[in-house]
Ligand binder design. Structure first.
Ligand code: ADP
Length: 260
């Protein structure tokens, strides 16, 4: 039987992610473009993903879009919610997952997953930048660091500087004031990462912590936030091997299920 290729494309607020799957299982192409819906990010992710897999549009049996900008991608054959995409993705890769924490650029979601991979319950923060990737981007800019460096500075921290403001704008002023006092940067970065973790941990506690706990989304690439969440929740957290690509992967898995 000929191989079946499905594409999942996750059009986020901050980044566009794309995955091509062979026969619903094997990832044969992927792309992450740090530009979200409303930019050239979606088309670039789509084209780069096809090139990465060495395939053409005609080779794909189905394209499934998800994410904040899911309805604005014309090439999609099917549109699914982010929650469905994430639950499908984590269950396909880690059938034992009972909780998934996904922190993206503009929201944080916590999902309870059943043994059969059904989304039992969820809770999300999409009202406030604190506790999302945007907060970390603002702070990295003030510190003149790349977003990918926050984990490295956190790993070097020997102390901890608490960020007391809960609002991103006030927290930014607080960090600027700390910088003018020549504080230890790694300790300040740990305080910043912990601030996001504390906010997310309160969502997880509201939903109820069920192990094993997995984490996806762009912020899962920041191990400083992951370790701080483990400290806050007192549980071990496994970062999905495909991190930021979990939604796109789940959309491609879902697409395969529809054509079988
Ligand atoms: P969305 O789906 O909302 O676009 P993503 O799940 O793609 O969001 O996550 C975007 C966030 O991921 C950014 O705001 C940033 O905080 C974080 N991020 C992206 N790349 C990295 C990286 N290399 N290291 C650490 N964090 C990252």
């Amino acid at each position: 039987m000929a191989d079946v290729f499905t594409m999942g494309i996750d059009l986020g607020s901050t980044a566009s992610k794309c995955v091509i799957l062979k026969n619903g299982k094997e990832v044969v192409g992927s792309a992450i473009i740090p530009a979200g819906t409303g930019t050239t990010g979606p088309v670039r992710a789509y084209e780069e993903c096809l090139a990465d897999a060495g395939l053409k549009r005609e080779d794909l049996s189905m394209i499934v879009s998800t994410g904040y900008g899911r309805n604005s991608f014309e090439q999609a054959d099917l549109v699914i919610s982010e929650l469905s995409a994430h639950a499908t993705g984590v269950h396909a890769m880690y059938p034992d997952a009972r909780t998934l924490i996904d922190i993206g650029g503009q929201d944080a979601k916590v999902m309870s997953i059943s043994e059969k991979g059904r989304l039992d319950n969820f809770i999300m923060n999409d009202k406030c930048a604190a506790g999302t990737g945007r907060f970390l981007e603002v702070m990295a800019k003030v510190l003149e660091l790349d977003i990918s460096e926050l984990k490295d500075y956190d790993a070097k921290a020997e102390g901890f500087i608490n960020i007391s403001s809960t609002c991103t704008v006030f927290a930014e002023s607080e960090v600027i004031s700390q910088l003018s006092n020549n504080v230890d940067i790694p300790s300040l970065v740990r305080g910043i990462n912990t601030s996001v973790a504390v906010r997310t941990a309160s969502l997880v506690k509201r939903l109820g912590v069920k192990s094993p706990v997995y984490m996806s989304g762009g912020v899962a690439r920041n191990t400083g936030v992951v370790r701080a969440l483990e400290r806050e929740l007192g549980v071990e957290i496994t970062v999905s091997e495909i991190q930021q690509l979990n939604g796109a992967f789940g959309a491609a898995v879902y697409g395969y299920g529809r054509i079988k």
